[in-house]
Ligand binder design. Sequence first.
Ligand code: ADP
Length: 660
Amino acid sequence: MTHPRQPGLSVVAEGVTVSVPDPKAGNGRKTLLDDVNFRIEPGEFVCVLGPSGAGKSTLVRALLGEREIAAGRLLVGGHDVFLEADGLRGAIGYVPQRDVNPPALPVERALHYASEVRLPAGASVAERRAAIDRVVAEVDLDRVRDQPIGSLSGGEMKRASLAAEMLAAPGLLLIDEATSSLDPATEARIMRLLANRARAGTTVIAVTHHLDNVDQAGKLLILGHGKVVWFGSRVEALGHFGVHRLADVYIAIEDKPPGFWSARWRERLAENRAMAEGRQAAESPPGASPARAAALAAVSIPGFGRQFATFLCRELETALRDRVGIAMSLLLPLALAAVVLAGFAATSFQNPLMLTRFLDPGEKELLADVWGEVRAAIATDSVSEQDASIPGQIRVFLESQPKLLAHLREPSTERLVRDGLTDTIRIAPDREIIDPAGTFKWLSLMSICMVILGFVTGFREIVKERPMLDLERRHGLRFVAYVIAKVAALAVVLAVQVAIFETAVELGFLVREAMGGEGPAEIYRRSGLVSGTFNWLAAVACAAIGLVVSACVRSTDKGVLAVPLLITPQILLGATILPIRGGVLAVLAKLFSPLYWAHRGCRCEGDGVPVFWQNLGTYDPAIWIPIAALATQITVATVVTILVLRWQERAVLGRNRPVR
Ligand code: ADP
């Protein structure tokens, strides 16, 4: 199947009015575009100009079907851009202001992935290759096709963006201030390229602030205060506004009250129409047929599996080609491992600890008897070696042990005996165990490190490539495939990082043991592989929660602020510093804390640990429970991210356009 080149498409605005709710005006609305009319023929190159706030971007977004039109119609190739947005997919190429190609990928690879998203599902490998060769030649990037996008000049990057949008051979190319950051010579080259594309049949609409090269365009569409103030040639525009330079048109628009130049434009149109009607009446009979809608090539969107594979491969290839990123990703777990090893360098993991129990009835009876005699001994005033009573003898002995006597007279001793007799405290020595303190603290720190790593890895992921996501969404990107591929790619990257971290720490302890030191007590921990798996799952769950944040925020800076807000409750709910033995805290921890489950998965209670180390209360140690819980948390965070993206799109598009 060959992907058909779309025919050049007409663009017709008929009384287009776009408005948004205006918070300042209560229930009122703010009009962004007001009764905009123009007709662009197939294959025309039109530059859209106008002062800031004139409505240029609003017009572009309306043309992309992303602004609901309050009144009038906006047609591309005879199709309503808002109501038939899905049908127009592939027919409109859009180059935004910011370059969106992944900087780490070579031009060729970026275009390969772009072709996977933009070309129809049925396009063969040979057709994709041919499309890439065609656009690379057309934008003259052959020389640099193997170079990473990030190493290209500004003009070359822009041409790479243009090439990606030309892959599907769209009938309309929309360029939104894409040349604003370029020097005049580079911009001139791009404008020539666009003019050539228009000559080859594609309709081109370019919003620009650079006025030096707009003469490449056949017509200018000038907007002022949301209205058309000029649509026609550059030379005639100068005459219409009574200026010598195009830049002065901006001053003319701003010098006059809103509505002045649009009224002048309507008057001029009315005059032209009257003249044209006069000519037509003289030359041809009335009743010319209206323009028909252009037949659009149907574009089938690749299914979930194909998109998932494309996004996953692109994520991984981008990560692998980013040398600095790789170095950081490898160094970070090593640095964390060094912190853990240094933090526990002086810790003794094998300290003995005497466990105690309540006194049994016989012991209590004996203690009560002995304590009665001792109390009588320390209460007596007279000390006589001739006193043959038991308290007397004890007192004689205690006289030779003044410290012991003072100690026995302390009220706390009395209290201790009383508590021991009433089963308030355990005072009877029971058995000796290895103190779990060092091992449990170490396990907690290991999991905390991986949870932090997960959040830090996830929170930037969507916000950093939002422009690319928005662009590819217009070409049919499925949120489900995109987000699941993101989570899968993060899982792969985190698997490597967790493996490095766990291995480095385990090796560190092996070296320490070989040198006669101690390693964590085996009876309180699961094997390195099992702990590593739990820490990895917890890191992926936190990265997935980070993705939710990344989908919600509008800038990476805001995402950074959210990271401590995410980490703090994790540490509280993770049963590391605060015991989570039941109640509301346990419910919250089980629902929202990957750290809690990692902690539960990595730890063993050994042969019974003292009550003050039972941070998790009584629990089922079955290994599948934390695995299932972490898998559920990953799934829920993934689904929430998808829902957030869909909800945002619905909020932008309004209720009247369906979201795929
Ligand atoms: P331009 O691209 O010509 O600079 P825009 O199309 O971005 O202008 O904006 C036109 C006007 O509409 C500006 O005054 C802008 O502040 C306003 N505007 C744009 N989008 C919104 C919105 N979502 N809500 C309120 N006002 C908006």
